[in-house]
Design a protein around this ligand. Structure first.
Ligand SMILES: Cc1ncc(COP(=O)(O)O)c(C=O)c1O
Length: 401
């Protein structure tokens, strides 16, 4: 009997983690490497949130809690949805997990049967298709294009839906493109969903607060209230509050779905870290001024990166509305040969050659389902970004036909 399960053959390890590992290996071997692969803010968790965790420890709040979150955090989540998204939920409609990733996994695990399809717009966050495969569902990729700044159109969504579609996963602002849907753009998609009442909506709002240039965030159940009964709105404290390591994500939706997700969690991980939950209560209920300060830094970095990448030969980079990623197209360098002698046949070869010849680590577009592109995370210092983009410019300028 073989050791490993057949399920494991269906999924691949995260390509973003693979890039980070390769960059670390090269660094350890003494190479001058600049990593633009990380999916987390370089800021520290705000002090008042850390203090709340210290108080929780001092007060002995260190035991098991209710499986899907303490009452205080569920109430804070309800208040957040009301305040920011005009959505009304009761605590029994709220689930708290060890990160946004576990929330999504629980929801898919709790609902997918063999043959059930999940429509995922590409470019997508790397984990969506593999999570669907892991729990036995079928990912159906709906390709967006650079012409619409990587946003899915109504026709593209309509074409992807079949009688077997169970979920549509929506993510705005997006990882990997940073693209954010306006109210009108999202309304076009929710109009399609209204014509298909068997399709549920999983909205991944993880980058809600990382939006720039006055972009107004909106979420499907807010834009089309008639979707409320078949929408799971997910979010978390990881990105906006610089709390990636604390592992707290949350969601709100129909009580029956939330109860099913609780059942999955009760037989896998039980409650998310108690101390982190108390820190998350402070994050959601406490002051939020630091988000605007952080966003000022992010927008400056975004502009720097977009300008420098657009100045690189053969690269074209749209200006995204949010998150901390840009997703430039490299169609202008495909077929050329790098100074180190590598023929750039696709974006994976481009990213490998870039790392080996210049020490800049980025994630290739095929990992996110749309090529030829690469993803840059600009959640790092201005100096590192300037140096990395200058190296990318030199790398492209020295290519030959
Ligand atoms: C779009 C998106 N959703 C969810 C997550 C998961 O966040 P967490 O770290 O809270 O599990 C990420 C993290 O990279 C993400 O980019």
């Amino acid at each position: 009997m073989k050791l490993l399960s057949d399920t494991l053959d269906r999924v691949k390890p995260s390509p973003t983690i693979a890039v980070t590992n390769k960059a670390q290996e090269l660094k350890a071997a003494g190479h001058d490497v600049i990593g633009l692969g990380a999916g987390e803010p370089d800021f520290d968790t705000p002090q008042h949130i850390k203090d709340a965790a210290v108080v929780a420890i001092a007060m002995g709040k260190t035991k098991y809690t209710a499986v899907d979150g303490i009452k205080e955090l569920k109430e804070a989540v309800c208040a957040k949805f009301k305040r920011d998204n005009k959505l009304s939920y009761e605590p029994n409609q709220v689930s708290v997990s060890s990160g946004g990733k576990q929330i999504l996994y629980n929801a898919l695990m709790a609902t997918l049967n063999e043959g059930d399809e999940v429509v995922i717009p590409a470019p997508y966050w790397v984990s969506y298709p593999d999570m669907v495969l892991l729990v036995g569902g079928t990912p159906v990729i709906a390709q967006a294009s650079v012409q619409t700044n990587y946003k899915l159109t109504a026709d593209q969504l309509e074409a992807a839906i079949t009688p077997n579609t169970k979920w549509f996963i929506f993510n705005s602002p997006s990882n990997p493109t940073g693209a954010g849907y306006t109210w009108d753009e999202l309304k076009e998609l929710t109009d399609v969903l209204m014509r298909h009442p068997h399709v549920w909506v999983m909205s991944d709002d993880m980058y809600e607060f990382l939006a720039y240039d006055g972009f107004k965030f909106c979420t499907p159940a807010e834009v089309e209230p008639r979707l409320y009964d078949r929408t799971l709105t997910t979010n978390g404290v990881s990105k906006a509050y610089a709390m990636t390591g604390w592992r707290i994500g949350y969601a709100a939706g129909p009580a029956e779905l939330i109860a099913a997700m609780r059942k999955v969690q009760s037989q896998s991980t039980s409650n998310p870290c108690t101390i982190s939950q108390w820190a998350a209560v402070e994050a959601l209920n406490g002051q939020h001024d630091f988000i605007a300060d952080n966003n000022e830094i992010f927008v400056r970095r975004r502009n720097l990166v977009v300008d420098m990448l657009n100045a690189a030969e053969g690269i074209s980079c749209p200006v995204p509305e949010g998150a901390f990623y840009v997703y430039p197209s490299i169609s202008g360098v495909i077929g050329k040969t790098s100074a180190g002698g590598t023929k750039i046949e696709n974006d994976e070869i481009f990213a490998n050659a870039l790392l080996e010849e210049t020490g800049v680590a980025v994630v290739f577009g095929a990992a996110f389902g749309l090529s030829p592109n690469f993803r840059v995370s600009y959640a790092t210092s201005d100096e590192a970004l300037k140096e990395a983009c200058a190296r990318i410019q030199t790398f492209c300028a020295s290519m030959t036909d």
